[in-house]
Design a protein around this ligand. Structure first.
Ligand code: F6P
Length: 531
């Protein structure tokens, strides 16, 4: 983090605010709610229940300023190679750029994104209409998207969140886990000849995805008649078309995603195919346009009204100055149940780093542990720890106000419970008299509320874009590259050498005794030999 002066000032503020209760901050400023509520693209952020005041927020924004946030935003949008270790831009904003904001993003990227979307539309429309069908002229009843991480979490989240937009009876399934039982359970309910497999892998080199792909081919071969060709039953979405084609997927069934889109930022690319398949291309476009509205806001709004900047800097405050090591995401919205997992990848794979852009080891914390679950579940499981545990864990509550038609009473309770949790975290009950120690809640636990009138394609796109840019803001302050993920590579290399070991006839030769011992037992069990 640059600017020692700003950091020293914020540390002083933190010392003072550690001893100030949040409710007293409300008493000291009658305008606190409006001062700490920010709005963009149909989203509202109420940050007033955090332990910070106006001078602290100004100082945090000054820190962002000193970390060149404005220049970094300009670089992101203009295609500078911000992903320095992989020497490429990170232009997910180009995928959702519309005529209003396209001047910020270089035209060639917009054109490439446009071509890719046009191909997606043609393929999706053909599948939906039944024009693209199986060998017997039948349309597909089920689509299985095989992919992991960014090639799974975004599409899955959006499919779950926009159920009300359904315009196709096609069932969408996601196959992410390597466990063969998941594969077996999934295919047991499917008709092979009516199932379309979408192999989603930016690299087309992810071993889990390729294993499931191979099992899908084997399953079709073993269940379909010998005359049936498989060529109509596989689509690939990838940046590595050559590799997908080499495995037998027809060129016309390959949707390309640009290599300047990171995996965890790829839901806006052809990776969003299931969204367009299930809900129609217009819904997919609305989803992109919601994100573009936040892009436009992020690019142009002054820092003091800039939603992603404020959300990011509140996070920096909680992590680096109030020393919280974790962030809970609690959506009071069933349709967003997968949001915590989605944000886990976005925040932790982007900013879970300890080497700065200058190549030095940083001496401050970067991404906190991001986790969570949907509201009703959370409050009957881990919220106990949030209220009375020894760790102070800030919470992002997410709430869509509008009720599902006919379920207004459910919604009243949902809203009440969400507000009650954030109020209880803030107030606690220590000020009450005659309360037993074990019942005491200290309160003064920070939370933010992100709310919207309704969850729809546009507000969902806006919400995801908000968190993407929040992550970017934090990376700018932490001075790290949010667009690579080298930390996952070593595990992949080890897995590959362990598989070689499992396949080999000779005894296990892994270098650490623990791995060797477990492998020996595994191999003995597999071959029926005793250890
Ligand atoms: O291993 C991590 C990762 O590379 C993620 O960044 C990515 O989203 C996921 O694996 C899947 O990668 P691919 O789309 O190349 O299969």
């Amino acid at each position: 983090m640059k600017s020692q002066k700003q950091i020293a000032q914020l540390r002083e503020y933190a010392k003072h605010l550690q001893n100030t209760s949040i409710i007293d901050l409300f008493s000291a400023n009658q305008n606190r709610v409006s001062d700490f509520t920010f709005e963009a693209a149909g989203l509202f952020l109420d940050a007033s229940k955090n332990r910070l005041d106006k001078q602290t927020l100004s100082s945090l924004l000054e820190l962002a300023n000193k970390c060149d946030i404005k220049q970094k935003i300009a670089d992101l949008f203009s295609g500078v190679h911000v992903n320095v270790t992989e020497d490429r831009p990170a232009l997910h904003v180009a995928l959702r750029a519309s005529s209003d904001n396209e001047s910020w993003v270089p035209k060639n990227f917009i054109a490439e994104a446009g071509e890719s979307k046009a191909r997606l539309k043609i393929l999706v429309d053909a599948i939906r209409s039944g024009e693209k069908c199986n060998d017997y002229g039948e349309s597909f009843s089920d689509v299985v998207m095989i992919g992991v991480g960014g090639s799974n979490l975004g599409p899955k989240l959006v499919i779950e969140a926009l159920r009300e937009e359904e315009t196709s009876a096609m069932n969408i399934h996601f196959l992410d886990h390597l466990d063969g039982e998941k594969f077996r359970d999934l295919v047991s309910s499917l008709s092979p000849h009516k199932t379309l497999f979408v192999v989603a892998s930016k690299s087309f080199g992810t071993s889990e995805t390729l294993r499931n792909y191979e099992s899908a081919r084997d399953w079709l071969k073993s269940t379909l008649s010998k005359e049936t060709s498989l060529k109509n039953q596989f689509v690939a979405i990838t940046a590595n078309s050559a590799k997908a084609n080499a495995t037998g997927i027809e060129k016309e069934n390959i949707l390309r995603i640009p290599d300047w889109v990171g995996g965890r930022y790829s839901v806006w690319s052809a990776m969003g195919m299931p969204i367009a398949l299930k809900y129609g291309y217009d819904v997919y476009v609305d989803f992109l346009s919601g994100a573009a509205t936040v892009d436009s806001h992020f690019k142009t709004a002054p820092l003091e009204r800039n939603l992603p900047v404020i959300l990011g800097m509140v996070g920096i405050w909680n992590t680096n100055f109030l020393k919280s090591a974790s962030l809970a995401i609690i959506p009071y919205e069933h349709r967003l149940s997968s949001l915590p997992m989605y944000l886990q990848q976005l925040e932790m794979e982007s900013n879970g780093k300890s080497i700065s852009l200058d190549g030095t080891t940083i001496d401050y914390h970067s991404a906190p542990v991001t986790w969570g679950a949907s509201g009703t579940d959370a409050q009957h499981s881990f919220c106990q720890l949030l209220h009375q545990g020894t760790h102070q864990i800030p919470v992002d509550f997410i709430l869509a106000l509008k009720a599902a038609p006919g379920y207004e009473k459910h919604q009243d309770m949902l809203v009440a419970n969400c507000l009650a949790q954030s109020r209880a975290l803030m107030l606690g009950n220590e000020r009450q008299n005659n309360i037993e120690d074990y019942k005491k809640l200290r309160g003064d636990r920070p939370s933010s509320l992100i709310y919207m009138d309704e969850l729809n394609p546009k507000t969902l796109g806006a919400l995801i874009s908000l968190y993407e840019h929040k992550t970017f803001v934090q990376s700018a302050v932490w001075n790290i590259n949010p667009f690579d993920q080298w930390g996952v590579e070593l595990g992949k290399a080890f897995a590959s050498s362990i598989i070689d070991d499992i396949d080999s006839e000779t005894s296990c030769n892994q270098s650490d005794p623990s791995t060797t011992a477990i492998l020996a037992r595994y191999k003995a069990l597999k071959t029926g030999r005793s250890t």
